[in-house]
Design a protein around this ligand. Structure first.
Ligand code: PMP
Length: 419
């Protein structure tokens, strides 16, 4: 595929992509290679810098950002306090032979913030945390299998390959994963009736946030039923709070929904763009956690942990978290209202700080795709098929500007709406 350099609004980004394709497979490594964002001429493929709730692309255009590094940013890009804490720790050495006191401070902080969690281990990515939690559950129960929800993403490791990631992944890699639909209590019970003696864990996100589909909240009976089924069969309940963590509740998303898991996985927003994940566990999982071998050369690096400590401090300041919730609500209400004004039903599903946007009667996604592109053209970066992220750095100014751009974008896509 050639970059569309002639008519593109992103000549610098496109030129970088041409260079990149020679030395990086597809030119972009990892999740951003998916078609939505690897569309030269429609989205900027490369960025230059970011501050607060905004970033600048390789062509020098500025955007209000609602992807937030796929959730990694929560207190602002290049947050001076967070980054200064990381830099101070960096000046003392980041990745040493031994862990530093920073790891103890962070484990103390997390276990005091998140109810029922007695200890914490660390990693770099969400995939590390989730895989380690699964390992611990297997060690604790002596069983092999894990129950996950159809359509849920838990990382790129081969065992969680049931989302059709494509090449190089034989089915056997995910043979230990059993699947159930979200909110399907009868289906979950039936799975346990069939395989319960070999189920080590149930691994779920706190609400269902599949990619390319509407988000779904737990039905009233879902978490009590999941928890009771796990207890009855002796399986552990693992919560993958990698994406939702710190956006629903600083005490963990399970606290928001009122249930008590055995293990909780955090990453993304934990250290505000610095690479860090954590797996937290209850007292009864401690022995298994002490037995398993899970490791990574960079896992005890201290600078991201120092960043996390300050990030959590900022999020815990009076009014900070509540302000984020309020502005996120105002944004979503405004988006719905602007769409309504032009006769469209914009569906906003999931919590307001991580909304998924879809339009009614848009089976082929033509309207949402056109809308996302029209927003990007107007300096508001939204993803067409992934949930968006709101942050504490998005102020009233960003919300107002976004809503103005929304009206203009909806106006500009009138021809798509009509077809
Ligand atoms: N779990 C969930 C719910 C996620 O959204 C992600 C990443 N999008 C992961 C796990 C994996 O995290 P990472 O990409 O940091 O390995």
């Amino acid at each position: 595929m050639q970059a569309e350099t002639t008519s593109s609004r992103f000549p610098a980004s496109d030129a970088l992509l041409e260079r990149a394709r020679r030395v990086i497979p597809t030119g972009v490594w990892g999740h951003n290679r998916f078609p939505a964002f690897l569309s030269p001429g429609r989205y900027p493929v490369f960025a230059r810098s970011a501050h607060g709730a905004r970033f600048v692309d390789a062509d020098g255009r500025e955007y209000i950002d609602y992807v937030c590094g796929y959730g990694a940013m929560i207190t602002g890009f290049a947050n001076p306090e967070v980054d200064a804490a990381a830099a101070r720790r960096m000046a003392l050495g980041d990745c040493l032979n031994q862990p530093t006191e920073t790891s103890v401070l962070l484990a103390e902080r997390l276990t005091s913030m998140i109810p029922d969690m007695a200890w914490s281990g660390f990693g770099k990515n969400g995939s590390d945390a989730v895989s380690t939690a699964f390992l611990i559950a297997r060690a604790h129960t002596g069983r092999r299998r894990v129950v996950c929800v159809n359509g849920a993403y838990h990382g790129s490791h081969s065992w969680c390959n049931w989302c059709n990631f494509g090449a190089g992944r034989p089915e056997e890699d995910s043979a230990m994963v059993l699947r159930v639909d979200w909110n399907d209590i009868a289906g979950l019970r039936a799975l346990f009736e069939r395989e319960g003696n070999d189920i080590a864990a149930v691994l779920m996100t706190p609400f269902h946030h599949p990619i390319g589909a509407r988000a779904e909240l737990p039905s009233e009976g879902w978490w009590p039923a999941v928890q009771a089924t796990c207890r009855e069969w002796g399986a552990l309940l693992l919560i993958d709070d990698v994406r939702a963590g710190f956006r629903l509740d600083l005490a963990g998303s399970h606290h928001h929904f009122g249930f008590s898991p055995d293990l909780v996985c955090l990453s993304k927003a934990l250290a505000n763009t610095h690479p860090l994940s954590a797996v937290l566990g209850s007292e009864r999982c401690r022995e298994a956690a002490e037995q398993v071998f899970a490791a990574g050369t960079f896992w005890s690096a201290s600078a991201p942990m120092a960043a996390a400590l300050v990030n959590l401090e900022i999020l815990s300041e009076p009014g900070r978290f509540e302000g984020m919730q309020e502005r996120a609500r105002a944004l979503c209400d405004g988006l719905i209202g602007r769409a309504e004004a032009v006769g469209l039903t914009l569906e906003v599903t999931g919590p307001r700080t991580m909304p998924t946007l879809t339009f009614a009667d848009d089976a082929d996604n033509a309207v949402i795709n056109a809308f996302a592109e029209a927003m990007v053209e107007r300096g508001v970066f939204v993803h067409p098929s992934h949930n968006l992220f709101f942050s504490a750095a998005h102020g009233d100014e960003e919300v107002d500007e976004t809503l103005q751009a929304t009206s203009a974008a909806l106006e500009a896509i009138a021809h798509v709406r009509a077809s």
